[in-house]
Design a protein around this ligand. Structure first.
Ligand code: NAP
Length: 302
């Protein structure tokens, strides 16, 4: 691992976790951190989210070998412009944003000529801010590195090694393919959760207290997802628009087919569909991506 100094811009859940993970797994690597919010910088200093908390993004980026932007995807370009005059030649620019094509464009526009290699650790929680980060966030989670076609293979390999050192499993793919995969595995599911929780709370003939009281029946897991940060998710949908709309179209067609099966009493179609989806759940557990214990191991079966 050949980075001597890593700068982290944005010290919330992702940025804070990277700082803590570097301190734990790569103690020889120096970290600097910056966040636009002074209260976040203060809390980041108290928690030791980076070795040095700086008062500007350009101070944090000076002499860094790697700068990682950990801000909402809609803020990437503005944040990157702030370091334009202060990065040293060869400093690698990366990020953790949940959409990749728009971020590649934003970072390349803000920092022309700099080597930009976006990445997305597929690891998170519904919490945000400087108190949310923890060192083991990336353990056994995938980090998808999405180099542009002209990226230097040695720089890509060093970035992959960095993420492996933080405990992640690393994969590489094009930014376009990433956006399509994540649209179906993460973005559309979040949209469905936001929709269903909103719909349930707007119902007139079921009271809000009944929804909360009887929330064990699947609804509770949607509420966890629907509690995710509004700024982050607004930006994800605005920045991965095409892939999300493509996947939503497919989803709507499949939903209509199931709706029809229910209306006409076609139990075979429903059974076959549910049997197929149960097999997908089994594969996710076999790959170690989730917990097979009843109710996700919560232990409270209300
Ligand atoms: P977060 O906890 O809200 O942290 C983001 C921080 O960046 C906030 O403190 C924010 O300050 C700050 N910020 C915003 N604009 C800035 C700027 N121009 N310069 C410096 N700091 C700035 O968010 P997060 O969950 O860590 O998400 C960060 C990124 O990770 C997003 O791009 C998201 O798509 C991606 N991601 C998130 C998850 C997840 O589960 N949360 C998982 C994987 C990837 P203000 O609050 O004052 O704006």
């Amino acid at each position: 691992m050949s980075y001597g100094k890593v700068a982290i811009i944005g010290l919330g859940l992702l940025g804070g976790s990277i700082g803590l993970a570097v301190a734990e797994h790569l103690p020889g690597v120096a970290t600097t951190g910056y966040d636009a919010d002074p209260a976040v910088r203060k809390r980041a200093a108290e928690r030791g989210l980076a070795g040095t908390i700086c008062e500007s993004a350009s101070d944090a980026a000076t002499d860094a070998d790697l700068v990682i932007f950990c801000v909402p995807v809609g803020a990437m370009e503005t944040a990157a412009r702030e370091i334009a005059g202060s990065i040293k030649p060869g400093c690698v620019i990366s990020d953790v944003g949940s959409s990749k094509q728009s971020v590649l464009n934003a970072l390349t526009t803000a920092l022309p000529g700099a080597p930009v290699i976006p990445a997305h650790p597929v690891a998170g929680t519904e919490h945000s801010g400087p108190d949310a980060g923890f060192a083991s966030l990336f353990h056994h989670r995938w980090c998808i590195v999405t180099p542009p076609e002209n990226a230097d293979p040695a720089q890509v390999e060093t970035l992959c090694d960095f993420w492996s050192a933080l405990g992640a499993k690393v994969d590489t793919m094009s930014p376009e393919h990433h956006d399509l995969v994540l649209a179906v595995t993460s973005h559309v599911p979040h949209l469905i959760a936001y929709t269903i929780v909103g719909t349930a709370s707007d119902l007139e003939d079921v009271t809000r207290s009944e929804v909360i009281k009887y929330s064990a029946g699947g609804f509770r897991d949607f509420t966890r997802i629907a509690a995710s940060d509004p700024t982050m998710w607004r930006d994800v949908f605005l920045n991965n628009k095409d892939a999300v709309l493509t996947m939503l179209q497919r989803f709507t067609e499949d939903l209509t087919a199931l709706q029809r099966a229910i209306r006409v009493g076609d139990g075979d179609t429903l059974f076959e569909h549910f049997a197929r989806t149960r097999a997908i759940r089994r594969s996710i557990i076999e790959e170690g991506q989730d917990d097979a214990r009843p109710d996700f191991g919560r232990g409270d079966h209300d």
